[in-house]
Design a protein around this ligand. Structure first.
Ligand code: NAP
Length: 304
């Protein structure tokens, strides 16, 4: 019998999450049952209350992501199960990708790459003009770790940066908007960087999208749940919203069919933290949190 701690592994592609070494440290299981003291899961997979309750010996859930909205954290807490995530280590990559999405969407980088590959440059000549990114007013919805990193990167491009979070920050000079709709009405580009979950579900609604308007751009690197996706798709289709750069969707990996043929959107398969460097650090942080727990040391990144 193994002297390694039994860990239920819920991450579907461990090699993409820096978790391929997990089996060297722990006795990995794929089916819930007694004796399992830890769960490793992802931001998308999460773990629900029923699965936790099929694990009578569960002590710790280690989420290999900063967003833990798909894990029933309240249930874990009520059972005395601790939860860790991977904050900070992925902030730079997600912020980089947000800037990339803004540039790609305004200058149609992905669309024009397809234009060249498809031979349209030869058959049709130069494509239509795009819109510039420099000189824009940029709004950040959720000025947390990632939102602030996006704002700092956006400074050279923006004439003004504004934000909305529930709490106004004292440590920044960016303009604070009192609500989401007034933020959207006062910017050209709105970047969604809030946490997911029920508190932010459809925070970007029809009124927000209307306020952003026909020349506005919506960028989402947070969670698909934060945007009313049906309303977004309809507004993009009939020109009430100008464009969108989306890394996340309501029902991943399924993307609304209508978006696939639109030229005013850039679509990514949830790539915010997906670099070799960052995923290696995230995976190591998962292992280090579990090691700390099983050796009685303080957790490195507990949720509480
Ligand atoms: P964070 O530091 O906790 O920031 C979250 C921000 O959201 C805070 O500014 C918070 O401010 C705001 N917020 C929360 N609830 C809100 C509400 N109801 N209304 C308005 N603002 C609200 O988290 P982070 O590290 O920046 O990560 C943010 C999110 O990015 C994660 O939760 C995750 O879902 C997503 N993410 C995506 C990727 C990707 O691959 N695309 C990768 C990493 C993370 P207040 O508390 O003041 O409201």
């Amino acid at each position: 019998m193994s002297d390694k701690q039994a860990v239920l592994m819920l991450v579907k592609r461990p090699e993409l999450w820096g978790l391929e070494q997990l089996g060297e440290h722990f006795d990995l299981r794929t089916v819930p049952g007694p004796g399992i003291r830890a769960v490793v899961t992802g931001g998308t997979e999460g773990i629900d209350a029923a699965t936790m309750d099929a694990l009578p010996d569960l002590e710790i859930i280690s989420v290999c992501a900063v967003g833990y909205d798909s894990t029933d954290v309240a249930h874990a807490r009520s059972r005395g199960i601790v939860v860790t995530n991977t904050p900070d280590v992925l902030t730079d990559d997600v912020a980089d990708l947000a800037i990339g999405l803004m540039l790609a969407t305004s200058r149609r980088i992905a669309q024009h790459d397809r234009y060249v590959r498809d031979g349209e440059w030869v058959s049709k000549g130069s494509p239509p003009l795009t819109r510039r990114m420099s000189g824009r007013r940029i709004g950040i919805l959720g000025l947390g770790r990632i939102g602030l990193a996006i704002a700092k990167r956006a400074e050279p491009f923006a004439t003004e940066i504004a934000y909305y979070s529930r709490n106004k920050r004292d440590d920044v000079s960016y303009r604070y908007a009192p609500d989401v709709v007034s933020l959207a009405a006062s910017v050209d580009i709105l970047v969604v960087a809030t946490s997911g979950g029920k508190d932010t579900a459809k925070l970007v609604d029809a009124a927000t999208i209307e306020a952003l308007g026909p020349d506005g751009m919506l960028v989402n690197i947070a969670r698909g749940s934060v945007i009313d996706e049906d309303t977004l798709v309809a507004a993009l289709a009939d020109g009430r919203l100008g464009s969108a750069g989306l890394d996340v969707f309501a029902d991943e990996p399924n993307v609304p069919q209508a978006l696939l043929s639109m030229q005013n959107v850039v679509l990514l398969p949830h790539q915010g933290s997906a670099t070799v460097e960052t995923r290696a650090v995230m995976g190591q942080l998962v292992i280090d949190n579990l090691d700390a727990h099983f050796s009685g040391r303080s957790l490195i990144t507990p949720l509480w």
